[in-house]
Ligand binder design. Structure first.
Ligand code: SF4
Length: 187
């Protein structure tokens, strides 16, 4: 199988093994960095630059949609349904990826979100299958098979590796142990 694939890219480290696996199958990969969920802006810039560095070093084109960095839109999308926030977060990013893939006449779309062991893999898979009804085939692969390879290679390349998923909620969850520790020590 071959063709032009639009790969939604959440970050540089997740792109490494994913791009390798797609290329091994003969696909021509174009990345798309479109992640309005990332908080704060400085973290967005750091991840964007890491994705650009990854693209440059691996030699694939990366479309960057800074103009669509809109954390307020993300917050509106998840407000009052925070328990299901990941679905809405995936939906807002991947539905745009499908639109861009369609406009660019890509043969298929997929996402590095399918690489992470920390994401809701089956939810992403089902959502992408539904979005494919928009006219661009969804290329499903279980990129988690390249998990260890991606970690090792991104470390070897010195690509910035983030400490939390992306949104404000995930940042709080990542560091709340430290908040508790501070509270305990001051009480
Ligand atoms: S935890 Fe990650 S996938 Fe879920 S809403 Fe936050 S940034 Fe999006």
């Amino acid at each position: 199988m071959s063709g032009r694939v639009l790969l939604h890219v959440c970050c540089g480290p997740c792109a490494v093994a994913t791009v390798e696996m797609l290329r091994d199958e003969g696909f021509e990969v174009t990345g798309l960095f479109l992640n309005p969920n990332i908080h704060p802006l400085q973290e967005y810039l750091r991840r964007r630059d890491a994705a650009l560095e990854t693209a440059e070093r691996m030699g694939f084109k990366l479309i960057v949609r800074d103009a669509e960095y809109d954390p307020a839109a993300y917050m509106r999308a998840v407000a009052f349904r925070e328990a299901n926030r990941c679905f809405h977060c995936y939906e807002m990013r991947l539905s745009r990826a499908v639109q861009i893939a369609k406009r660019g006449n890509f043969d298929a779309f997929t996402s590095t979100l399918l690489y992470s062991r920390h994401q809701k893999h089956e939810v992403i898979k089902g959502l992408c299958a539904d979005l494919a009804a928009g006219g661009v085939p969804f290329l499903y692969r279980d990129f988690r098979a390249g998990w260890q390879r991606g970690i090792e290679e991104s470390k070897r390349m010195g690509i910035y590796r983030q400490q939390y998923c992306g949104c404000l909620y995930s940042e709080v969850e990542r560091y709340q142990k430290e908040l508790r520790r501070d509270r305990d020590s001051s009480s």
